[in-house]
Design a protein around this ligand. Structure first.
Ligand code: UDX
Length: 433
């Protein structure tokens, strides 16, 4: 591939690092930028703070062969590059709106480096109209070279499989009104085999929100069905299987649990609701999606209380703290929120997670962290599975039954086999079964 094609990637969070590493792996010359010098230094030493399959070796490999480097100097990286990616985070503000301060700041810092025609590619999830906002900020800074394009190119990476998702996307969305930019973006992604959707920037921005909020709604829907199954005595796993055979519904994203979490679904659903409100559209469906999700966490706590009789002064072993399996990310994790609620109800929680303990420690006070699941389970009145880590499937449950004060399991992820556990003497409850 053409080593002469240079890319600058601004922001070394999840999306930035995956984008930078994968572009380098495709053969482009990539500079990843961040203002945090400490972070840059540890990246240069091959240390990636986030746990993401394949990412660290890919970064190390591409640094070694000279395709990937890290810097804090945005101006010269932009001057040297043709494609400039904005991959900074857009956190929720108090009203649920996506805060685009970081994107605006990136645009201001890009402007002085625009010394020839460049394509600025926005990958951050931003409210509709932000592509134009970035364009205006750069224009108003009167860059050295007047011609540049800003393109919306949303990412659909899932944590845990982000590298795979970058290389094998379900689709590539390019939002731009400039034929020249579209041609260059098509060229950039030529090595990747995926349907290419070329559209206007506002529609591209909307595709991202509409997709995430739809998937979030699908999860809230199956959670509501699961709750109803509990009342009527149906098994939600059979129900979702029966639904999934209908190609219009599909099997994916029909797993009930403690509600969706993570860095995207809660934030993007709130943001889309806020966008609708701002334009005077009452998007009740999304209010329902968020309300079911909020209540779902509470339901898990109420279930546990019913199983135990009370929560005060009981010991609860909490297995799993990340928002889903195969990630160390605890952002908006239902597990963390449930543990907090248990703690506030005066339960003594002993928690374990294979990868998220360090991140969880920063967010959770007043609970105990156990070095392994068996230590967490010792003398516990109940064990609650909060994240669907594979290793929790293969624990020595007879041993756990012996260690616990009372053999009670609440499996909020329907990870375990109820029949086997009941045979081993546990009182078992899942979700919707
Ligand atoms: C998501 C989107 O999938 C991705 O396309 C987008 O770019 C970013 O947001 P991610 O947040 O990494 O990715 O996780 P995902 O695997 O989609 O799960 C999100 C949440 O939904 C998790 O809390 C997960 O446990 C929950 N979930 C998912 C369910 O409760 N049930 C399901 O059936 C699927």
């Amino acid at each position: 591939m053409d080593q002469e094609i240079k890319c600058a990637v601004i922001g070394t969070g999840y999306v930035g690092l995956v984008t930078g590493a994968c572009l380098a792996d495709l053969g482009y010359h990539v500079i990843c930028l961040d203002r945090d010098e400490g972070k840059l230094e540890s990246l240069r030493n091959g240390k990636v703070e986030i746990f993401e399959a394949e990412l660290e070796p890919m970064i190390v490999r591409n640094m070694k062969n000279g395709s990937l480097s890290f810097s804090a100097d945005i101006k010269s990286a932009v001057s040297d590059s043709f494609y400039i990616f904005i991959t900074v985070d857009t956190p929720s503000d108090e009203t649920g709106r996506a805060d685009i301060t970081n994107v605006e700041e990136a645009a201001r810092r890009i402007a002085p480096g625009v010394n020839s025609y460049k394509i600025i590619v926005n990958k951050s999830t931003v409210p509709v109209g932000s592509t134009n906002r970035v364009m205006r900020i750069i224009e108003e800074s009167e860059p050295e070279y007047p011609e540049f394009d800003v393109v919306s190119n949303p990412e659909f990476l899932r944590e845990g499989t982000a590298v795979f998702d970058f290389m094998n996307p379900t689709r590539i969305v390019i939002g731009s009104d400039s034929e020249k930019a579209i041609m260059h973006m098509t060229e950039l992604y030529r090595p990747i085999n995926a349907p290419l959707l070329i559209t206007d920037p506002i529609s591209a921005e909307m595709i991202k929100y509409a997709s995430n909020a739809f998937l979030a709604t699908k999860i809230s829907y199956i959670n509501a069905i699961a709750n109803l199954c509990e009342y009527i005595g149906a098994d939600v796993r059979e129900v979702s299987l029966g639904m999934g055979y209908d190609g219009r519904i599909g099997f994916e994203f029909l797993k009930p649990g403690p509600g969706f979490g993570g860095s995207c679904f809660p934030k993007d659903t709130r943001a889309l609701l806020a966008i609708a409100t701002d334009y005077g559209y009452n998007f009740d469906l999304l209010k329902g999606t968020l309300e079911v999700n909020r209540r779902q966490r509470e339901r898990m706590v109420e279930k546990l209380e019913r199983m135990l009789g009370k929560l005060e002064e009981v010991k609860i072993a909490a297995l799993g703290l990340s928002f889903k399996a195969n990630t160390s990310d605890v952002r908006e994790s239902p597990a963390i929120e449930i543990v907090r609620m248990l703690r506030d109800r005066k339960a003594n929680v002993s928690a374990y997670d294979p990868k998220a303990m360090d991140n969880a420690r920063k967010q959770l006070e007043g609970i105990e962290f156990a070095d392994n699941p068996y230590l967490a389970a010792r003398d516990a009145d109940a064990l609650v599975i909060l994240t669907e880590w594979d290793e929790f499937k293969w624990l020595d449950y007879p041993r756990i039954a012996e260690l616990m004060k009372r053999p009670i399991i609440l499996d909020t992820r329907n990870l375990l086999d109820p029949q086997v556990l009941r045979k081993e003497g546990f009182t078992y409850e899942g979700v919707g079964r």
